[in-house]
Design a protein around this ligand. Structure first.
Ligand SMILES: [Zn+2]
Length: 314
């Protein structure tokens, strides 16, 4: 474990130094990463929450999409993000409330201007879940895909303006660097979500660090060593007194507070809000505050959070 911690710290250092080297480039100048919540809900049907999805904005461009749960395609349209600005799509896991709208977004992009390939990263597969490449094939494969009429989006033998390029993240305990382009560096960190292969993501640019928990019962974070985190998006899917099965899948508020303290985050954004936790915000806050003393905000759809100030918090 010490070695992986050392590697992460080393990589963080490398990233920071790369960023400092770019100091004169406008990429980092007075720019802060922003997180937009496209979907603040879980799998339940509600009147005002899409299922899980987030955008990371930099320099007025939405460059990373994390998950694409049901309803997030509409929220994506409302966000005014441009598909051609996306550098990468990340899936935390393939439960429907995190992946349903990928096909809707890909179809919508057919009417857009993207002309460079788009990498998509997600977990390895097991007997319960497909891998990232299997998931994309199940949707778009030219023979077996449910939407095989869109197979030109993945099939190199067909003409299309761009291709989705899917990548499986390995089943290893240590933090993995999966993407690096210009000043943007992305790490995947394996977490426990019952039997489902699942990853948290660490996104760094210009010396700022964002962490997205995805769905998890919190196991795995003890191996994640971050000296400083600017913003942590954690999933508040169960209350403190949740039952055994719910706790095997999701973090309690106490665990969220412990992890927020462990990764030393300046801000904690609570999302994936469900009927089990809605209306219990004060209780949730009280439990979190036993371990964590920073800023805590409950997210709603389309909220935008900056690493320095809250731009919009309805
Ligand atoms: Zn979920």
């Amino acid at each position: 474990m010490k070695q992986s911690i050392f590697i992460v710290i080393l990589l963080l250092g490398i990233n920071l130094s790369v960023c400092l080297a770019h100091e004169t480039i406008e990429l980092c100048e007075n720019q802060h990463l922003k997180v937009q919540v496209l979907g603040s809900g879980g799998p339940e049907l509600t009147t005002d929450r899409a299922s899980s999805a987030y955008l990371v904005w930099q320099n007025d461009k939405a460059i990373v999409l994390i998950d694409a749960g049901g309803g997030s395609a509409l929220r994506y349209g409302q966000s005014n993000a441009h598909w051609e600005d996306l550098e990468v799509i990340l899936f935390t896991h393939f439960h429907a409330d995190h992946s349903n709208d990928l096909s809707a977004l890909v179809k919508a992009s057919w009417f857009g201007d993207r002309n460079s390939n788009l990498p998509v990263f997600g977990p390895y597969g097991n007997e319960t879940m497909p891998s990232m490449t299997e998931f994309v094939a199940a949707l778009f494969d030219k023979n077996k895909g449910a939407f095989k009429y869109l197979s030109d989006m993945v099939d190199v033998e067909q003409n299309s303006d761009y291709k989705l390029v899917s990548n499986n993240i390995k089943n290893v305990e240590k933090t993995q660097m999966i993407f690096k382009k210009d000043g943007l560096t992305i790490f995947a960190h394996k977490v426990k979500h019952g039997p489902i292969p699942a990853f948290a993501y660490i996104i760094q640019s210009c010396g700022e660090t964002l962490v997205f928990s995805g769905d998890t019962n919190g196991q795995g974070f003890e191996n994640l060593e971050l000296k400083n985190t600017d913003l942590f998006v954690a999933h508040n899917a169960v209350p403190e007194n949740a039952g055994r099965v719910a706790k095997s899948l999701h973090m309690t508020p106490t665990q969220i507070g412990e992890i927020a303290k462990h990764i030393n985050t300046k801000k904690l954004i609570l999302s994936h809000r469900m009927n089990r936790t809605l209306g219990k915000e004060q209780q949730t806050l009280d439990e979190i505050k036993k371990n964590y003393s920073g800023t805590v905000i409950f997210a709603d759809d389309l909220d935008v959070f900056s690493t320095n100030v809250i731009l919009l918090d309805k």
